[in-house]
Design a protein around this ligand. Structure first.
Ligand SMILES: NC(=O)c1ccc[n+]([C@@H]2O[C@H](COP(=O)([O-])OP(=O)(O)OC[C@H]3O[C@@H](n4cnc5c(N)ncnc54)[C@H](O)[C@@H]3O)[C@@H](O)[C@H]2O)c1
Length: 369
């Protein structure tokens, strides 16, 4: 059974259903409408199921803090500001990012169904979790889905030392024979959540992920958190293409921020703050308006098969395709439960205690803890 991530005795397993109902009971207790709480739970648990620990339930505390501090609007009036047959601009009214994002992608899919393509820009939202969640919504409808969001500044531009860019993820999902292709990635070398995982474990970060406040490459995670910055995809300087990651990050700010009348990452704030000004961008492309869907799937699958059977480097066990590790990890975790770091379990249970809901029960579906 394949699992993505490093799992050791510091983890306990929790079944998917228990984790889902835990997130829903916490959020509904805080007066998030049940349907909205379920959307957030789906998004966080999809991240944990697919091995993206940094964007799973360990994020719940931030959303709880955002709700308690009034930074998140629990009953937003998410409205269409402007629209045409193939596009829309949505104002998220500072609702939970997942709820705003879900509605916006649904609208993009509807427009694509009617007119071949749907583009939706969103302003005034909040942190929306994994970008791939929304791209997959379109792939499940037989479409190509694209999803992007800007995020608070954590990344230095090439040649700079200041946190200016967000980790601004991009996702593209497309149907294929067995399972969708899913490219879902930060435009920085790593997202900040990965540093949080290293920090919690007290481990040095790999060289090349980040710089300290003076601009030196560092492996000391504390130096990054105290004034340092992440590096754009491609790393430090121009040698390995850092300027390309920097450009991709700006591409996200243009589409997810400026196009929707919002802002760019430097001005985006934490979800717990009011007016965090996060923006998103969604696109759905209805494949059947371009060519027969079977032909598309067949060509996708041939391309994937050719890639996987191409000549492999001896240091690698196989050639992976985007989305594959996450899918296999999900299959494993649906069977034996999701690994949750013990400190995260403690944090989740202290939230449960403080608001008076039942604690999270550890122990996977096969009884493994
Ligand atoms: N909401 C936000 O503000 C925000 C910000 C940054 C990142 N994120 C999310 O963080 C998550 C993690 O981002 P990341 O950059 O660490 O992703 P990652 O490096 O884990 O994976 C990036 C992509 O590469 C694929 N992949 C992994 N190994 C591969 C291989 N050997 N060959 C081919 N493909 C391979 C994955 O399937 C994925 O599509 C994403 O879901 C992203 O949306 C969210």
């Amino acid at each position: 059974m394949f699992e993505k991530g490093y799992i050791d005795e510091n983890y306990v397993r929790v079944s998917r259903d228990e984790l889902f109902s835990f997130v829903v009971r916490v959020l509904t207790k805080l007066e998030v409408p049940e349907k909205d709480a379920e959307i957030v739970a789906h998004n966080l648990i999809m991240a944990d199921l697919r091995g993206i620990e940094s964007h799973g339930v360990q994020r719940l505390k931030r959303y709880v803090d955002g709700i308690l501090s009034g930074g998140i609007n629990l009953k937003p009036s998410i409205r269409i500001v402007r629209e045409g047959p193939s596009y829309a601009l949505i104002d998220g009214d500072e609702g939970l990012g997942q709820v705003v994002g879900y509605r916006a992608m649904k609208l993009a899919i509807k427009k694509a169904r009617e007119g071949g393509i749907g583009v939706v820009a969103v302003r005034n939202s909040n942190h929306y979790g994994i970008a791939g969640y929304y791209a997959l919504m379109a792939a499940e409808e037989g479409m190509i889905g694209i999803s992007m969001t800007n995020s608070r500044p954590l990344v230095a531009p090439t040649g700079g030392v200041e946190r200016f860019l967000g980790t601004n993820p991009i996702a593209l999902a497309a149907p294929a024979r067995d399972r969708p292709f899913l490219l879902d990635m930060a435009t920085s070398v790593v997202p900040i959540g990965k540093l949080e995982v290293y920090r919690r474990k007290g481990k040095p970060i790999p060289e090349g992920w980040a710089i300290d406040s003076a601009g030196n490459i560092t492996t000391d995670v504390e130096k990054v958190f105290s004034g340092g910055a992440l590096l754009p995809l491609g790393g430090f300087g121009e040698l390995f293409g850092g300027h390309k990651g920097y450009g991709l990050s700006l591409m996200v700010d243009i589409l997810a921020g400026i196009l929707g009348g919002g802002t760019w990452s430097r001005h985006v704030k934490n979800t717990s703050e009011k007016h965090s000004e996060v923006g998103h961008f969604f696109m759905a492309i209805n494949i059947e308006d371009f060519l027969p869907p079977e032909e598309f799937r067949e060509k996708m699958s041939r391309m994937i098969d050719e890639l996987k059977s191409s000549r492999r480097h001896p240091d690698f066990e196989r050639i992976w395709i985007h989305g594959e590790k996450g899918f296999l990890t999900m299959q494993t975790r649906l069977k034996i439960g999701i690994p949750i770091y013990r400190k995260v379990l403690e944090e989740l249970n202290s939230i449960a205690e403080s608001i008076g809901v039942e604690k999270l029960k550890a122990g996977g579906e096969d009884g493994r803890a």
